[in-house]
Design a protein around this ligand. Sequence first.
Ligand SMILES: [Mg+2]
Length: 216
Amino acid sequence: MTKKVSNRFILKELANLNKLVLLDLDDTVVEASDIYIYRQFPGEEEVALTPAEYRNEKVTDDTKQYYDYRDFEDPGSVSNSIMAGEPIVANLNVMDEFINRGYKIGILTARGHEETVYETLREWLMYRDKQGRLVPIGDKLDRNLVYAINDSVTASRLTAIADFDKKAEIINELLDVYDEIIFLDDDIKNLKAVKRLKSTLESNKANKLFVMKAKI
Ligand SMILES: [Mg+2]
């Protein structure tokens, strides 16, 4: 009798374990500190844009040459921008709820330096457990589920060009592995790309994917 109950318990846990909540980083999990994208149009002064400001830029093939991502190329700035950043509690509450329901968590960011992002988040990210205690994320953050799509290694295996399509490409791969994926992002371009992906998938795969707009 005891065995039967525990088997059922294990099956339930396994079912839960195969679900994933996948979070964007900037302006979803963290409001990054002191990291900028620089824009300099011809004949104009250079302007430093926060990730949130950059989100509203209309970057096209013609204008992308005027943007400089040098802060994002420096692992020290990448790490510091998270360590000194503000956690976005509204979205982290959503993350906590999924973790406490047995979902795995993953990060899907347009940043580079995937290893630095992972190491920094392991140190910085906390979640609220079922008892309401704020505890370090620790092993709940799996290295294999942290994707920085502009990391040189990660980018090299992707076929998509635009960041939003790269995100969709990763999600498409993960849908072959997970029974359910919740994707949370603040950027409408990413949400649209993932909804577009969903609309192209066969229904059994499409039905596993849920897209949520992060609170900002
Ligand atoms: Mg974002």
